[in-house]
Design a protein around this ligand. Structure first.
Ligand code: DPP
Ligand code: ZN
Length: 883
């Protein structure tokens, strides 16, 4: 496989002005006629006319009205090159596509008899030969023709300008997109679909048509997506002054989709998981996911579509920024400060759990990568979530107004262009008169920086000095790192738990939170008028994506957990207390020592649990221990079995000591009446169900019955699945006594929801992640009539869930988990390389495992690496893992 480098970027040899396409839709053989007008880019070093094409049959090729002879161009597996093209070119290309054979879900494919496309990153080249690169932006007109009965609905980007009957049982629809776009934003949908639609009035008074398209039978699950879309439109107007630029905006749901969703201009295509919801089938988390993904794709209309990426190395230009926007959207929508903080903590948790480990593993890469083999492998938590943190740091440094000024300038300068991350940084800097040169390192250097803090107090001058230093571990290809520009938000808490008014030496202003700017390897920050008895609250609101090292005492952490005015640091203090104990307990497990948990910790959690002044959602976050994956990241050699035992011990011990308080929290947070997914109600359910999950860890007949009754009487999926999960996932689930009930309940659940694919996904996941699961069971479930390897959601629900979210079982000593992993990667490689490559990533941290596991994992990786016809997607991942 060939590695592509960012430094090798060359502007396209030809620009494209217009693209006209005619599709004759047929599953086995869709005929595509394309007319492209192009003109030479005299500024480019590329003299040839280069078109990309993959897995398609070339039927016809005409240039400026003349059939091109075979010797006038070269056609390889991936390209069509015309070397002596004139400056003005009209190309006419005819291709044929076997969409029904396309299991990759990239390009044109069929799902449940309907046609869909996915063109990002490089799927358009599976439809026609084209300069399929994001810096080539053109106007598209698309004619769709197909059987009236099979494909009553024919959709593409932009506006519907004509439709009619063709007289032969077929009909047509003609679509025109008024905006220039890169080919990756092209989309078509054809099939039997129904929609919920609404006329919506923009702030300007202009009316637009909003539609949510789904398969028949799902119209009872579209309201939340529609509401989320309207909220998104309103929010972008209010927060960024950005208006929907089309007269029509469509969302279409499909159950076969590699990603979450896709922001095609005016025709967003979504995984059903991020569209369909009603209280019977969807959980609070599903509702929140839909809101954020609908927002995300809608926000791309400006950040991604109007201003797009010059090349795929700049992916974070649109993704990091758009994740930041969707995070802010969800935070704003909650409508209060605690709700915002809860959302922030949840986002940080995802970043730490997934991105920090990516950044520490073989696939570590900068937010703006320098090279790739397969771009689809770089739709990563680093590009998305770390990219969003980078955008958030501008926001922290420049403030609300300053950030908005930067955004305004960015659109002023670049609307309609394909640009780079540097262009975005320049807009932020120039709009605010700031020097953000050093900030570039957040884009170019991989790895999670470590921020070390030390404090000292000088009684004579009454000054308190915070000494900050930074370092960054080496990553593949980057041995030495230069200092980052890090915003560090700091507060100081006095003995009563109150914020101290901070005054930096030499400055007159005071505030309770100071944004310190660390730019050197080491810097001192001196606060005047300080008392000795203060506790530092560092990295408030998680002001930078770094790992903070500070030698807090347990008492200081308990103090912060009880009092810090910054909810993030308050939560963090609890996590630190927990992590410290978990790591000690893991050692104790390994050494065969007796396990115990101290009162300071138990009481600190109790205090939070019973604090009625705290939001239930926040209390739930504090009560939730760091995950097994996060504990593993903290260890030099991670031993999943000991980690599992240690964490379960803490859960059971807390359950034992806090039983009465947990029961009270359970009773206090019932949400009777009509279901509503709002943050308040969802927070109550979260705390209640967290309490339930704890209670069954120290069970008696009554607590177990509580779970069972909740399962039976639940009126919404959140409560139902939480009860089922409590029954299946507690350690006592290992008790034979309950195994019969569990089986019955699982069977009941399946029967009840058999026709709801997204719920059956949950059913598979629950079993795959249970502490009782093993490889044999997973293999048996793969034989279940409802399992399908070719449906990405289903594959993820069972196989990914087992490999990624059940470490104690996946890492079985006999290596059977790795055998399963390799079998599935190899099977998926043939069907769907993108999904296969994702699964390959389950082995990212293999070098951290104990010796015996390591050897078995290496062997499994080698088996996959030696597979014939390995896609470049999988090959890149396993090669890097083995390097
Ligand atoms: N559709 C994916 C996303 O929105 C890729 N652009 O992130
Ligand atoms: Zn996106």
């Amino acid at each position: 496989p060939v590695t592509i480098y960012r430094k090798d970027y060359v502007a396209p040899g030809f620009w494209v002005d217009t693209v006209e396409m005619g599709f004759d839709l047929h599953p086995q053989r869709t005929h595509v006629a394309t007319r492209i007008t192009m003109r030479r880019n005299h500024d480019s070093a590329e003299k040839d006319l280069v078109l990309f094409g993959e897995d398609i049959k070339l039927l016809q090729l005409r240039m400026n009205g003349v059939n091109l002879k075979k010797n006038a161009y070269t056609l390889t597996k991936e390209r069509l090159v015309i070397s002596s093209a004139p400056d003005q070119v009209m190309l006419e290309i005819e291709t044929a596509i076997a969409a029904d054979k396309n299991t990759t879900m990239s390009g044109l494919y069929v799902s449940n008899g309907n046609f869909f496309t996915q063109c990002e990153a490089e799927g358009f080249r599976k439809i026609t030969f084209f300069p399929d690169r994001p810096d080539v932006m053109a106007s598209y007109t698309v004619m769709l023709r197909g059987d009236k009965k099979l494909y009553p609905v024919l959709l593409s980007n932009g506006n519907l300008i004509e439709q009619g009957d063709l007289g032969d049982g077929r009909h047509y629809a003609k679509w025109e997109d008024p905006f220039k776009k890169p080919s990756y934003l092209f989309a078509l949908v054809a099939g039997k679909l129904v929609c919920q639609e609404e006329k919506y009035k923009l702030k300007s008074g202009r009316k637009v048509l909003l539609q949510v398209w789904v398969e028949q039978g799902n119209l009872d699950k579209t309201q939340h997506a529609m509401d989320s879309l309207k909220n998104s439109i309103r929010w972008d107007e209010e927060r960024f002054g950005l208006e929907l630029d089309l007269d029509r905006f469509m969302i279409v749901a499909t159950s076969d989709f590699n990603m979450g969703a896709m922001e095609n201009k005016g025709l967003n295509i979504f995984n059903t998981k991020y569209v369909l919801a009603n209280s019977r089938v969807a959980t609070d988390a599903d509702y929140a996911g839909i809101e954020s993904v609908v927002g995300h794709e809608y926000f791309h209309n400006w950040t991604g579509n109007r201003v797009t990426c010059r090349d795929w190395f700049q992916l974070s230009l649109k993704e990091g920024l758009t994740v930041f926007r969707d995070q802010e959207f969800s935070g704003d929508l909650v409508g209060n400060e605690t709700g915002r903080a809860v959302k922030r903590i949840e986002d940080v948790r995802v970043l730490r759990q997934l991105q920090f480990s990516e950044d520490a593993g073989p696939m570590a890469h900068p937010v703006r990568p320098d090279s790739f083999v397969e771009i689809n492998n770089f739709y990563t938590v680093t590009v998305y979530e770390k990219g969003s943190e980078v955008v958030r740091m501008y926001y922290t440094l420049l403030g609300h107004e300053g950030f908005r000024k930067g955004m305004d300038l960015y659109f002023q300068r670049h609307d309609g262009q394909a640009v780079t991350c540097d262009d975005f940084r320049a807009a932020m800097a120039d709009a605010n008169g700031r020097d953000l040169k050093q900030f570039e390192r957040w884009y170019s250097q991989a790895g999670t920086p470590r921020l070390k803090a030390q404090t000292s107090y000088d009684a004579i001058s009454k000054t308190y000095t915070l000494s900050l230093s930074q370092s960054c571990p080496k990553t593949a290809g980057q041995a030495k790192k230069l200092p980052f520009h890090i915003p560090v938000a700091v507060g100081l808490i006095d003995a009563e738990g109150k914020d101290v008014a901070l005054q930096l030496l030499g400055e007159s202003a005071t505030s309770t939170t100071q944004i310190l700017e660390l730019k050197e390897a080491q810097q001192n920050f001196v606060f005047t008028n300080s008392d000795r008895e203060v506790t530092p609250s560092i990295l408030r609101n998680f002001s930078a994506p770094v790992i903070l090292e500070f030698d807090y005492s347990d008492e200081q952490l308990a103090h912060l957990l009880a009092h810090d005015s910054d909810p993030f640091c308050r939560w963090e203090a609890g996590q630190r207390l927990a992590m410290r104990r978990l790591l000690k307990l893991v050692k104790a497990v390994q050494q065969g020592d007796t396990l115990s948990l101290d009162d300071l910790f138990i009481n600190a959690l109790r205090k939070t649990l019973i604090d009625q002044n705290l939001d239930p959602a926040f209390r739930e976050l504090v009560l939730t221990l760091p995950s097994e994956v996060m504990i593993a990241e903290e260890m030099a050699i991670a031993d999943p079995h000991s980690i599992h035992i240690a964490r379960q011990f803490v859960r059971a011990t807390l359950a034992q000591h806090l039983k009465a308080d947990l029961l009270k929290a359970y009773q206090d947070n019932l949400t009777p009446g009509k279901y509503s997914p709002d943050a308040q109600s969802a927070g109550k359910r979260a705390l209640k169900n967290c309490a339930l999950a704890y209670l069954v860890e120290w069970p008696d007949a009554a607590t177990y019955a509580l779970a069972h009754t909740q399962y039976q009487e639940a009126e919404n999926m959140t409560d139902r699945i939480a009860a089922l999960s409590a029954m299946l996932h507690c350690s006592s689930a290992l008790d034979k006594a309950y195994s019969k009930t569990r089986k019955q309940v699982l069977a009941h659940f399946y029967k009840e929801f058999e026709s709801e694919a997204l719920v059956i996904d949950k059913w598979f996941t629950l079993q795959a992640t249970a502490p009782t699961a093993d490889v044999e069971q997973v293999r048996a479930l793969m034989q279940h009539k409802a399992f399908s390897m070719s449906n990405p959601n289903r594959a993820r629900s069972l196989i990914f869930a087992f490999c990624n979210a059940n470490p104690a079982r996946f890492h079985a000593a006999d290596g059977s988990g790795y055998g399963l992993w390799a079998d599935c990667v190899i099977a998926l490689n043939k069907l769907n390389p993108q999904v296969a490559a994702r699964l390959s990533r389950s082995m990212d941290r293999w070098t951290k495992l104990p010796k015996a596991n390591k050897a078995l994992m290496k062997a499994a990786l080698q088996r996959v690496a030696a597979t014939k016809n390995l896609s470049k997607d999988v090959s890149e991942v396993v090669t890097k893992a083995l390097a």
